[in-house]
Design a protein around this ligand. Structure first.
Ligand SMILES: [Zn+2]
Length: 143
């Protein structure tokens, strides 16, 4: 007999519930092992994420784009370099949960949409954009 979609869905939910309970029980019976697995997984994800970030940075030139000639030297210190969306749709991307992993993947696909900015240049850019928009500039103008 063919099952209806509703029945299939119910069976799936039932199975999901069962697996959840089973996993929980296993974890509480093997806390050390569970921790090891999670640690191993996290480490793997971290390494992959680092690799991806490295690739994205290299693709974007590895230094501050310095759009306002704010500094004479190239800034390549990764501690102060930030990924900037050239057309300032970063807020929208963050809203759509395009961060971390997804963002780096997107950069590798569309590097022309992004640039690297040091923290100073990022601040300057924000101020310049704020000047166009009005209110935001006032907040940062120090008046
Ligand atoms: Zn800069």
């Amino acid at each position: 007999m063919k099952k209806t979609i509703k029945e299939l869905k119910e069976a799936y939910e039932e199975h999901k519930k069962y697996m959840k309970g089973y996993m929980r029980k296993w974890r509480s019976n093997n806390p050390q092992k569970a921790k090891e697995i999670i640690d191993r997984y996290n480490k793997k994800v971290c390494i992959e994420l680092k690799k991806l970030r490295e690739q994205a940075r290299t693709l974007l030139g590895g230094k501050c784009a310095n759009p306002y000639q704010f500094h004479k030297e190239d800034i390549t210190d990764i501690r102060v370099l930030q990924i900037d969306h050239k057309n300032s749709d970063g807020a929208l991307e963050r809203k759509n949960k395009i961060v971390g992993w997804k963002l780096y993947k997107k950069i590798l696909k569309n590097p022309e949409k992004y640039q690297l900015l040091c923290a100073n240049c990022n601040c300057l850019k924000r101020e310049k954009l704020g000047e166009k928009k009005g209110g935001f500039a006032y907040l940062h103008s120090g008046k």
